[in-house]
Design a protein around this ligand. Structure first.
Ligand SMILES: C[S@@+](CC[C@H](N)C(=O)[O-])C[C@H]1O[C@@H](n2cnc3c(N)ncnc32)[C@H](O)[C@@H]1O
Length: 286
């Protein structure tokens, strides 16, 4: 199957995606800490070069600036690259339109190759070939993303300090979305699968995976809905339903009922949303 990326192209996708919340800074600290464990890198405080494949508007790459002298991000979408250039103003960072067939870097020049939530749209053999070509012998590739795992809801009543567990409504939403993308053979189905098939298909590198990092977001229902709906694939799915019965709003109504607050405004319902990260690290076999 040739990966379909049209959902990510164009002005609407790029403008909508500006609302995506960032990963917390400790994620960008964790990845170079793994790079520093490679023989020859132990004493390196600042690395030379990080490249981000499928960088979107640069939101993940920018957090790596404290650890690298130079950053290059590339993305298939001209509009995402335009938004990245508008939001990141640093001489150390370059954004380019590009795909996995030709990474914009010379041989053996990159310390860290990142790809965050984008590899499932790329042709894996091309990506791995370019990864092998551009990585230094002491370099590393970090592939990561997240799946939705837990959702707690604050009772709006002042005397209730407990949180209600609304995970079943989150997981119901997530599972239906996954089923839909499997059915239409959309590449994003593989991200719901935590890249297990991609991981199994990777050859020619020493590989490791880590699945035990979680990230909590304290946000309102309004912010959670905007999180989901700024992702073009979620919008595509929700648009299949009429306005009153779309799955994101249905989930929201169920969360309100759970805490006996049917009439509360979305911006007043407080949530703790947990995502579960998965990381794949690739090292050159020398
Ligand atoms: C889920 S977004 C992730 C963006 C960014 N890495 C982040 O952390 O927010 C996926 C990105 O991959 C890009 N993309 C999809 N297919 C691509 C390809 N074949 N080559 C380069 N970029 C691609 C899309 O345009 C989109 O910006």
């Amino acid at each position: 199957m040739i990966p379909q990326i049209e959902d990510w192209l164009g002005d609407e996708a790029a403008n909508g995606y500006l609302a995506i919340p960032n990963f917390p800074p400790h994620i960008a600290k964790y990845v170079p800490s793994r790079l520093r464990k490679i023989e020859g890198n132990e004493k390196t405080r600042k690395f030379n070069f990080v490249m981000d494949a499928g960088c979107g508007n640069g939101i993940s790459l920018i957090d790596y600036l404290p650890y690298f002298d130079k950053e290059v991000g590339f993305d298939a979408s001209q509009d995402q690259i335009d938004r990245a250039k508008e939001r990141v103003n640093s001489d150390a960072v370059t954004f380019l339109v590009g795909r996995e067939y030709a990474f914009p870097a010379s041989d053996n020049s990159v310390d860290l190759l990142l790809t965050v939530g984008a590899l499932h749209y790329m042709k894996l053999t091309s990506f791995l070939g370019e990864c092998e070509r551009i990585l230094k012998n002491t370099g590393m590739c970090a592939i990561y993303y997240r799946t939705f795992s837990k959702l707690l809801v604050h009772y709006p009543m002042k005397d209730k300090s407990q949180l209600a567990d609304g995970s079943q409504f989150l997981l119901d939403y997530r599972n239906k979305l996954h089923e839909y993308f499997k059915e239409i053979q959309h590449p994003t189905a593989e991200s719901f699968n935590r890249y297990q098939n991609i991981y199994d298909q990777i050859t020619g590198f020493r590989k490791e995976r880590t699945d035990d990092v979680t990230v909590d977001y304290d946000m309102t229902l309004k912010e959670l809905k905007s999180f989901f709906c700024c992702i073009p694939t979620h919008r595509k799915y929700n648009k299949l339903f009429d306005e009153k019965s779309n799955p994101v709003d249905t989930m929201g109504e169920n969360l309100k009922k759970l805490v006996n607050a049917d009439d509360i405004k979305d911006e007043d319902l407080k949530l703790r949303f947990t995502v579960s990260m998965f990381f794949i690290f690739l090292y050159k076999e020398i």
